[in-house]
Write a new protein. Structure first.
Length: 632
């Protein structure tokens, strides 16, 4: 959902301008139009991202793998915070001494570091000492650690929401907080701010359908937003208005506590969230435009962008103090924007080229990742995109079948389906033939080396008494709508116990609207389920080119939603192959060109074997690796 990335990037920009005193663009940040600010947006979307990344993993594979991933992410954020603390302290301290501006130390709460450096460093390591501007990452670290305890409760969203609200109310009543070395508590009380984080995670793992008549919620959201504008411009902006209101009301409106996340701030961000959901559809074309791309990129790489924004923002502050004028304003904002987008581009390049892999020296340079996604043309795509996508597809359809499945990486969480494949299980343990239909494009339909054949032979080896028969339909370059026609025609001719449908790549490369994919999947799933079969959806295969040049996220989301239907599961081929590449295994694009055809044979065999594990897990069959170990 590019809305998440876009608004997270926008929040990062607002944080940058809000941290620079005198920045004219700071007057256009969220805090000037709502009773909340960029921090609420950032935390809410952080929770949503955690729900997508870890919550769904917990629901699919269990608590321990997800908890380990959450703790690892918290550790990464902790290291980033300590590094930022060292750099920011050195930066502010150096210029405070060089320019004789001791106020820099006082305003940044770095004066205690100058007075008691060793104690301050120790307290910084325990997160009890947080200089100004460095409060968000410690909050995020603690929220992630609290999220570990919430993972098992994601299966019970109402209970989790109730517990989160109770903890929030307890903070409002008692005001308890984590202790701070400099006195008081943390600037952002984690026990209050968890409300937004948990709320975002719940929305990610348990999408809520819009009510049939949402006008009441529309009116409530509009009322809250209008109330916020009235408070900002009539109460905060006009002192005389205070004389017309009761003193307790004025005090409440003037001193809405950010530390404990005042209820009005919660109401404000909730109203804005509803407005975005209602006014900005996930498939909005402008989210993929060149104008939106910088903010989307920043949102996709929020950690490095945030850290660099803090570092660059201090230089912006000094520049405006040196000479306050239009030219310097342009330099501060244009330079800051350029730097943050550059950081995002570098992070995107690093991710696209496989962090942790050891690439071989190619004979031809690989294409650099482009910041713009492929154009949303109806029936065609850019020639370079199609050309290399076809080349990637060709790598997945070599002429000979793999003969060395032992080269495949060990099984992962991606080989576990979300529910039981009941129809296929009944057929597999019955007495008649078991018919399987595979529908898809190049990697599905071409040659004996395509992964459906490997899947069939792997299942057959485990169930030698069963009579398995495989039909394959499809071909290179077919969209989901075209594959739907083949699917319905084939279902009319024979009954199948299992249908494997690989799609999404061609639609994404051509820039077809995601709703066309959604419509085809919905109709295809209905036809398969009506025929009494189970449906396994297979998403696109991973390649660095597709990752860098084609926005697959909307299409992946569509397939996730389609897999929520009973009897439909999603085999995450993209995530599986990406895990292999990141782990330095089965990396076709980094291999010597002469070895790529042979390696692609192995890749297809391994995909087929993983798919067989996935399908057999859906029937209750013990994984191959465990059987092999017990046999030894």
């Amino acid at each position: 959902d590019l809305r998440v990335d876009f608004f997270r990037g926008l929040a990062l920009w607002w944080i940058y301008t809000d941290h620079i005193p005198g920045d004219m663009l700071g007057a256009w940040s969220l805090r000037n139009f709502a009773l909340c600010d960029a921090t609420e947006v950032f935390v809410l979307l952080a929770g949503y991202g955690a729900g997508l990344a870890y919550g769904r993993t917990a629901l699919r594979t269990g608590f321990l793998p997800a908890a380990a991933a959450v703790v690892q992410r918290a550790w990464t954020l902790y290291i980033a915070h300590i590094f930022l603390f060292v750099v920011f302290s050195a930066q502010v301290g150096f210029y405070a001494a060089a320019l004789a501006r001791t106020s820099y130390l006082d305003e940044s709460k770095l004066d205690v570091l100058a007075d008691r450096p060793y104690q301050a460093l120790l307290e910084a390591l325990t997160l009890r000492y947080q200089p100004s501007l460095l409060n968000i990452l410690p909050l995020y670290v603690v929220l992630l650690l609290l999220f570990v305890a919430a993972l098992p409760l994601l299966r019970f969203p109402r209970l989790l929401a109730a517990l989160s609200v109770c903890l929030y109310v307890a903070v409002q009543v008692n005001g308890f907080n984590l202790p701070s070395w400099t006195g008081g508590g943390w600037f952002f009380d984690p026990f209050a701010w968890q409300l937004l984080f948990v709320g975002g995670a719940i929305l990610a793992c348990n999408p809520i359908r819009l009510p049939a008549r949402p006008r009441l919620l529309d009116a409530a959201a509009a009322l809250v937003i209008a109330f916020g504008l009235a408070v900002i411009y009539l109460v905060w902006g006009r002192a005389e208005t205070g004389f017309l209101l009761p003193l307790p009301v004025v005090h409440w409106l003037l001193y809405m506590d950010k530390t404990t996340l005042d209820p009005l701030r919660v109401a404000s961000i909730a109203a804005l969230l509803w407005a975005v959901v209602r006014l900005v559809p996930a498939e909005a074309g402008w989210l993929r435009s060149r104008a939106a791309r910088p903010l989307v990129l920043m949102g996709q790489h929020s950690l490095p962008v945030f850290c660099w924004g803090i570092f660059i923002g201090f230089f912006g502050r000094m520049a405006l103090e040196w000479r306050y004028g239009a030219l310097v304003q342009v330099m501060v904002n244009a330079g800051g924007a350029a730097a943050m987008v550059t950081v995002a581009l570098v992070a995107a390049w690093y991710r696209a080229h496989g962090r942790g892999t050891r690439p071989a020296a190619p004979t031809q340079p690989e294409p650099a990742p482009q910041p713009e996604p492929a154009p949303r043309a109806k029936n065609r795509a850019k020639a370079p995109v199609i050309a290399l996508a076809v080349a990637v597809g060709a790598l997945g359809s070599p002429p000979a079948r793999a003969a060395a499945p032992d080269l495949c990486p060990a099984e992962t969480a991606f080989t576990l389906p979300s529910e039981r494949l009941s129809a296929f299980a009944r057929a597999l343990h019955g007495h008649g033939p078991v018919d399987i239909l595979a529908v898809g494009s190049a990697t599905t339909a071409e040659g004996g080396a395509a992964y459906p054949r490997e899947m069939l032979e792997t299942i057959q080896a485990v169930h030698p008494s069963a009579t398995l028969r495989l039909d394959v339909r499809g071909g290179r370059g077919l969209t989901a709508a075209e594959l739907l026609d083949l699917l319905t025609q084939t279902l009319a001719q024979r009954r199948y116990a299992l249908v494997v449908w690989q799609t999404g790549t061609v639609d994404a490369v051509r820039g077809l609207p995601p709703e066309e994919l959604a419509d085809a999947l919905e109709k295809g799933a209905a036809a398969v389920l009506a025929d009494g079969a189970d449906l396994v959806l297979v998403d696109p295969q991973f390649s660095r080119f597709l990752s860098a040049n084609v926005d697959l996220a909307p299409y992946e989301l569509v397939m996730e939603h389609a897999a929520s239907l009973p009897g439909v599961v999603l085999f995450r081929r993209y995530a599986l192959m990406r895990e292999w590449v990141i782990g330095g295994e089965l990396d076709i694009e980094a291999a010597d060109p002469a070895k790529r055809p042979a390696l692609s044979v192995v890749v297809q065999a391994c995909v087929g074997r993983a798919l067989a594990e996935f399908v057999m897990a859906g029937t209750g069959t013990e994984p191959i690796t465990k059987r092999e170990q017990s046999a030894r």
